[in-house]
Design a protein around this ligand. Structure first.
Ligand SMILES: Cc1cc2nc3c(=O)[nH]c(=O)nc-3n(C[C@H](O)[C@H](O)[C@H](O)COP(=O)(O)OP(=O)(O)OC[C@H]3O[C@@H](n4cnc5c(N)ncnc54)[C@H](O)[C@@H]3O)c2cc1C
Length: 477
């Protein structure tokens, strides 16, 4: 038990998403008295209810029911179900959300974390008022430390009339009444392009409008090109360098007008125009904490805000705004607040983009290495060269390794295709341990697997490096 009995709790956590949950559990495991607040319908956060989990479950339902990933094997007309309804898709999503919510609640209760239902706001730096709709959902509690993990909500341009049916944001897309025949996606960020690819796989004619000249600029350009090729093949039209000037809605559908004069008719429009930090309702003034105009809170390396005993983690602190990183931020913030010795997060972190097909990478890109004048060689494996690629019917996937020609260390790994988001971790582990592709050349991997792509790419890179060395030595052929 904590020594500080002057407060109701040692730690009050606001928000039950991945950051809040892990902060609460880490503190509880240290023997601290912990409470966590969230709105009743949001247990598990954006992650479980409107973001990561529903979108990835929807993707799985789309892939299964549309038979999309089996068409190479069984032909372009292959479907598991000919008429896919929104209920077919959402049944799976609701099932998984229910399960995940239960897991989160159970983990918190098992660790003796008190769950306070309602919206929380500071009334002073150590006091939080939690008010909900239910009888008895009114709690004023004091805490020695506070973790803010309130996440974000979709940003909504004032000029757009969202109605939840014809014009929706990325939260509302999970409440659609039917699968649209055509759709405009405004914003080609990760969320926009993930949903664009899911609807395209369902047969929706999708137009993506993006004011930048391209998309996913932080990824390997070759991989992004491959994705664009695939999406175009699924009837996705890209309008890059274009801005939406208005969206009109009537009983028949929507017309999206672009500043360039183009008009795009579609059944519906989905806006994915960034996200806003959920700080308006927090009463931050009363705590002495400041948020910027995007609702984001600035923190130091230990996730402390400008107020020593108040930390902030997860999407509310901005980049990278991923469930994966939010969890670790929560855990680390709790340890730092209670002075528990802890190692920092490894700076090498993977990025996963669950488009259809999916993308994942870790480490540096070719553009970054070139800009930094770091020499590298590439090693490429195409899934179509792998027995497992043929078995699963993926002929387009690829894995690219970026390798130092000097000491063969792995500088980056870029994967496109089936299981990319899982496969990337092999490269990440090698890089994280300072390993080289020699390990991949000298090791035996299960066969037939997609992991074998690592072996093929490592051999490709080392053969190129060997060829260069032979020329430099002046070896006779
Ligand atoms: C469509 C979509 C897909 C995504 N896909 C992925 C993915 O594939 N992989 C990945 O790693 N990440 C993904 N993300 C991002 C991921 O969901 C977030 O990074 C993660 O949920 C952030 O966690 P968090 O701890 O900040 O809290 P959040 O999950 O954002 O939850 C915050 C919680 O705080 C609560 N809250 C807010 N204000 C208050 C208040 N005043 N009082 C009480 N409670 C409050 C909210 O109700 C909410 O439950 C996706 C996001 C979206 C929107």
């Amino acid at each position: 038990m904590s020594a500080d009995e002057s407060h109701d709790y040692d730690l009050m956590v606001i928000g039950s998403g991945p950051g809040g949950q892990k902060a609460a559990i880490a503190a509880a495991k240290l023997g601290k008295r912990v409470a966590i607040a969230d709105r009743g319908h949001m247990m598990g956060g954006v992650c479980v209810n409107t973001g990561t989990i529903p979108s990835k479950t929807l993707r799985e339902a789309v892939l299964y029911l549309s038979g999309f990933s089996q068409r190479e094997m069984y032909g372009a007309s292959y479907r598991v179900k000919s008429e896919i309804t929104i209920d077919d898709l959402l049944a799976r999503t609701h099932h998984v959300i229910g399960r995940e919510t239960e897991i989160v609640r159970n983990q918190l209760l098992r660790n003796h974390v008190d769950i306070l239902t309602g919206t929380a706001r500071f009334t002073d730096p150590h006091t939080v008022l939690v008010e909900g709709a239910g009888r008895g959902d009114h709690n004023r509690v004091t805490a020695a430390h506070v973790v803010i993990a309130t996440g974000t909500r979709p940003a909504r341009p004032d000029t757009v009339a969202f109605d939840g049916e014809r014009v929706v944001d990325s939260d509302q897309v999970l409440q659609l009444g039917r699968v649209p025949g055509s759709m405009v996606v405004v914003g080609a960020g990760v969320i926009g392009i993930e949903y664009a690819s899911m609807f395209a796989a369902l047969g929706t004619r999708v137009t993506v409008v993006e004011k930048r000249e391209g998309m996913l600029g932080f990824c390997d350009p070759e991989v992004v090109e491959s994705l664009k090729f695939h999406l175009r093949d699924s009837a996705v039209t890209f309008r890059f360098g274009e801005e939406v000037s208005s969206v009109e809605v009537n009983g028949r559908g929507t017309v999206t007008s672009l500043a360039s004069g183009k008009k795009i008719p579609a059944d519906m429009v989905m806006y994915s125009a960034g996200r806003q930090g959920m700080t308006e309702e927090l009463g931050l003034d009363a705590a002495g904490v400041v948020a910027d105009d995007r609702g984001r809170i600035q923190v130091d390396k230990q996730f402390r805000t400008s107020v020593e005993h108040i930390a902030a983690v997860g999407d509310v602190i901005g980049f990278p705004a991923l469930a994966s990183t939010s969890m670790d931020q929560g855990r680390l913030a709790a340890y730092h607040l209670f002075g528990e010795p802890v190692r920092e997060l490894h700076e090498l972190q993977p990025i996963g983009i669950y488009t259809i097909p999916e993308i994942s990478f870790c480490g540096r890109t070719e553009a970054e290495l070139t800009a930094a004048a770091v020499p590298y060689e590439t090693g490429l494996a195409r899934y179509r060269e792998l027995a497992r690629g043929a078995i699963v019917g993926d002929s387009y996937g690829m894995l690219k390794l970026l390798v130092s020609p000097d000491d063969h260390t792995l500088l980056g790994v870029h994967v496109f295709g089936t299981n990319a988001t899982d496969l990337v971790h092999i490269g990440q582990a090698i890089m994280g341990c300072g390993g080289s592709v020699d390990y991949l050349v000298d090791t035996v991997l299960n066969y037939p697997t997609l992991s074998e792509a690592y072996k093929v790419a490592a051999l490709d890179a080392t053969n190129k490096i060997r060829a260069l060395e032979a020329v430099e030595r002046g070896d006779q052929v």
